[in-house]
Design a binder for this molecule. Sequence first.
Ligand code: ATP
Length: 140
Amino acid sequence: MSKNDELTVSVVTPAGSVYEGTTSLAICSTPEGKIGIMPNRLPLLTTLVIDEVKIQQPDGSFENIAISGGFLEFSNNELSIVAPAAERAEDIDVERAMSARDRAQKRIAEAKSNKKSVNDLERAEIALKRAINRLNISKG
Ligand code: ATP
């Protein structure tokens, strides 16, 4: 593969670097839907939703990374993903995600029974999305 057929990817969080590599295809989820980012495309800056980022490996398989929002910037064949939290599939602690899911479900039920807790409800729904996303990605 020549250099023009690949792009570099970095996934960074406040806790540190989660992924560095090169690829010919990265699939990311934006508020408008999933986009495939390939080498030499036009520059792009967009937010990301809680979902997975899929990075194609030389053997055609994908490295899957759980992303908790953030944004991506692409230019000059460099894709930078900056997220509040991100985990490679193999680094996801499944029990922790299950506990987070159960806690979030309880908080949602409590917030729904107390109509004043709109913020609590929103926060719990987002926490539930993060937990379910981690569980889905850990399953592969
Ligand atoms: P929890 O309630 O379990 O902390 P959370 O969704 O509130 O879950 P975040 O605030 O999104 O957690 O993340 C805090 C840090 O913990 C981040 O560095 C994130 O990568 C890590 N993290 C959270 N959940 C998991 C998990 N299930 N497996 C591995 N790392 C995790």
